[in-house]
Ligand binder design. Structure first.
Ligand code: C2E
Ligand code: CA
Ligand code: CA
Length: 722
């Protein structure tokens, strides 16, 4: 090897001369050997193509006109060989033979040199060609290793010339998007089509904003592959901007981050879920409660945490073995999931699907949202019990499971997730102490009430048609002479099992379930009929007062019910008194005034009940067409001993009189109260001191007795309750 060797890397460069003219071959050989090439020859195109793979020349010099296969054909065939795609091929054409030159390029030639050959230049041309071929080779190799690196990293690169609307995607970009690079053109429409439909709108908005503001892109999207599977992609892009700040060109990367997402999900799963039952774990549950608490707090909602612990699980586990014990926990968690998710007849009890969690061992927790009343929580506790009733099949065994449940409510029983869970636990342990398989509210106070309410709702719906309601009447007497001026009708439920149930036990439930309106109509009609019966029995004219509930008062058909009751009995409307509470009046002042006026126009008396417990102002009171004010029992209770209450009562009496209202004091139990009220000018007295509410048949004798005594003494006479 001489110092003039033409080298490519470590080896001498090989030139292949293809020419049917031997003289030409010798001349070219001479020229190239001088330049350090190792020279090989072919006599025609066919021979050149045949020897090419073996020889692997670094450059080919090719005559055009040859027998067998001409230069164009040979060039084309070499390009078709795997080794021949990039080898520089220099065509030897006739001078200014433009047609041949064009055909040569079409056939894949790298360059041409015109005959007659300028021998001084040939060496330079060949060297130059080789060098650029080398550079190209390097570039290709770099690109290949870049592509390889991109493939390994699932990272593609792309460019988007926004002004020219041209898009370039690297091979890996296509792959990441799950596209064939020869089947899809790179453009924004094809890109958008790959984005998950749920995110497409948002992606388009982001893109528009990006173009107008020209900041960098950094975003993650889901793409949907042709087989429907989901891939997560992360896109980064840097921007060139126009003078007015719009993006004109972006270059960036796109990466398939599905694996990372999956790993993150897995980590999240491990951190937040229980491996055995796949239910959320304690951590997840606490966070969930935290979120729901924020909502409940903002919207003034009730929220509950129910803790549940299987009874005797340890014993089951020890008898059956741990593996079946695990199976039981899984089966229980499935049933709990069903019972928690089932849409209740009351649609509002639909619970969040992840409201159930396993806190550890055989301890589960349920987050109760959408509670309207605390007894909704009791309903879930009951439903869980029902769900667990049927036996579990484990292997060839049937196992019966019961659970103790405890409920803590926000805001009553705690303000933080930890405290609510702890208190629900406390209640659950208390339930265990109470003999298992029951539930307890934290603080306990709600247990009886909740149970009662549950049973009540169902029975109450039927009570009206079963005629289980009755009215008792409580007399009111004139403070001046002790004469009975009227009675207040007070409803009771004559429950077949419980006996007489007071209205405080069921009125609010009746309101909730919409029963209050038919019930109220029944009370009106019955009270009016009763009054008529007393009158027909020859009793002195007294009035009858009927309580109307808020939701009934706001019903347009209240007026019709009153009118019907009056018409059906033919009684003097003046003897019917409607009692409404202070808070009802203040609810919708204009509407209330209209209803009161209508009632007044029928001749009915109107009383404001429980006065002093609401917030009515004197200014409003003036606007209502009322006749009577009933001072709430709470003021009377400690009067006259309590100076404050005594002063208030005195003030209320004075105020009522100044508004031309009669005053009734409720809940008068003591002679001292009676005396005090009489002295302060109170008109009418109602309370146990006179009589408890009694059945209608007791009223007549009561009136008679008082009539006969009125002339003798102004002292009230105690009458035994019925
Ligand atoms: P209210 O309208 O304030 O009725 C007076 C309540 O005080 C009655 O209770 C009565 O028995 C009780 N009471 C009377 N005198 C005394 C006393 O000297 N001492 C004490 N401690 N209590 C006394 P009841 O019958 O249990 O009714 C409770 C509430 O239920 C009533 O309060 C009223 O708001 C409601 N209610 C009763 N009947 C009806 C009805 O037919 N319709 C509607 N919507 N509500 C009714
Ligand atoms: Ca009343
Ligand atoms: Ca009252």
């Amino acid at each position: 090897m001489n110092s003039r060797d033409m080298r490519i890397g470590a080896k001498t460069a090989i030139a292949l001369i293809v020419d049917d003219d031997p003289v030409m071959r010798i001349l070219i050989r001479k020229a190239l050997e001088t330049d350090g090439f190792s020279v090989h020859e072919s006599e025609d195109g066919r021979q050149a193509v045949a020897s090419f793979p073996q020889l692997q020349p670094d450059i080919v010099l090719m005559d055009v006109m040859m027998p067998e296969l001409d230069g164009f054909g040979a060039c084309r065939e070499i390009r078709g060989l795997p080794q021949g795609t990039r080898t520089p091929i220099l065509m030897l054409t006739g001078l200014d033979d433009l047609d041949s030159i064009n055909r040569a390029f079409d056939a894949g030639a790298t360059d041409f040199i015109a005959k007659p050959i300028n021998w001084g230049v040939l060496g330079y041309r060949v060297r130059y060609l080789l060098r650029s071929a080398n550079t190209l080779e390097q570039l290709v190799r770099n690109q290949e290793s870049l592509a390889e690196a991109q493939r390994i990293a699932h990272l593609g690169n792309w460019e988007w010339d926004i002004e020219q609307d041209q898009v370039y995607w690297s091979a890996e970009t296509y792959r990441v998007l799950g596209l064939e690079d020869d089947a899809t053109t790179a453009d924004m429409a094809s890109f958008m089509e790959r984005i998950h439909p749920e995110e497409r709108g948002q992606a388009q908005d982001a893109l528009r904003q990006f173009i107008s503001e020209g900041h960098a892109i950094d975003t993650t999207h889901r793409v949907v592959l042709d087989d429907g599977s989901i891939r997560y992609i992360h896109i980064l892009g840097l921007t060139r901007r126009t003078a007015d700040g719009r993006a004109s060109f972006v270059a960036g990367t796109i990466q398939d981050i599905t694996d990372r997402k999956k790993a993150e999900e897995r980590i999240r799963y491990l951190a937040y879920y229980d491996a055995l039952t796949t239910l959320p774990n304690r951590q997840f549950f606490l966070e969930q409660v935290q979120r729901s608490l924020a909502f409940a707090r903002r919207h003034g909602r009730l929220l509950g945490v129910l803790s549940l612990d299987l009874d005797q699980f340890k014993r089951i586990n020890d008898t059956l073995g741990h593996s079946l014990g695990d199976d039981l926990l899984v089966a229980v968690s499935k049933r709990l999931g069903d019972s928690v998710r089932t849409t209740d007849a009351v649609a509002r009890l639909q619970l969040a699907s992840d409201g159930l969690a396993r806190l550890g061992g055989d301890e589960f927790s349920v987050l109760l949202t959408e509670l309207v009343h605390f007894h909704d929580a009791a309903k879930v506790a009951h439903r869980i019990l029902d769900e667990l009733k049927s036996p579990f099949r484990l292997g060839d065994q049937e196992v019966f499971v019961t659970a103790s449940r405890g409920i803590a409510l926000f805001p009553n029983d705690g303000e933080t997730p930890e405290i609510l869970v702890k208190n629900a636990d406390t209640a659950m342990h208390y339930a265990k102490e109470q003999g298992r398989n029951n539930y307890q509210f934290y603080g306990g106070g709600m247990n009886a009430t909740a149970l009662e309410k549950l049973a009540l709702e169902a029975q109450l719906r039927k009570a009206l048609e079963r005629e289980e309601f009755i009215l008792h009447y409580q007399p009111k007497v004139s403070a001046l002479d002790g004469r009975v001026t009227g009675v207040e009708a007070l409803v009771r439920w004559n429950h077949p099992a419980l006996g007489i149930v007071g209205p405080n036990q069921f009125i609010s439930v009746a309101e909730e379930i919409g029963l209050i309106i038919p019930l109220g109509e029944w009370v009106l009609a019955t009270a009016c009929r009763q009054l008529r019966a007393w009158q027909q029995a020859g009793c002195a004219p007294i009035s009858v007062a009927v309580n109307i509930a808020g939701s009934h008062f706001r019903q347009p058909n209240l007026l019709t019910s009153v009118a019907d009751a009056l018409r059906d009995t033919g009684m003097d409307p003046n003897l019917l008194e409607i009692e409404v509470t202070e808070s009802m009046l203040m609810d919708n002042v204009e509407g209330t005034i209209a209803v009161l006026r209508n009632l007044k126009s029928m001749g009915v008396q109107l009383a404001i009940d429980d006065f002093g417990t609401g917030y009515s102002s004197l200014a409003y009171l003036k606007r209502f067409p009322l006749d009577t004010l009933k001072i709430d029992r709470s003021f009377i209770k400690d009067a006259p001993g309590d100076a404050g209450d005594a002063a208030l009562t005195t003030a209320i009496i004075g105020m009522a009189h100044s508004l031309n209202l009669g005053v009734v004091a409720e809940g008068v139990e003591l002679q001292s109260q009676f005396d005090f009220l009489k002295e302060r000018g109170c008109d009418v007295i109602q309370g146990y001191l006179i009589s408890r509410p009694v059945p209608p048949e007791n009223i007549l004798e009561l009136i008679d007795m008082r009539e006969s005594m009125a002339g003798i003494a102004t002292q009230p006479v105690k009458v035994k309750a019925g």
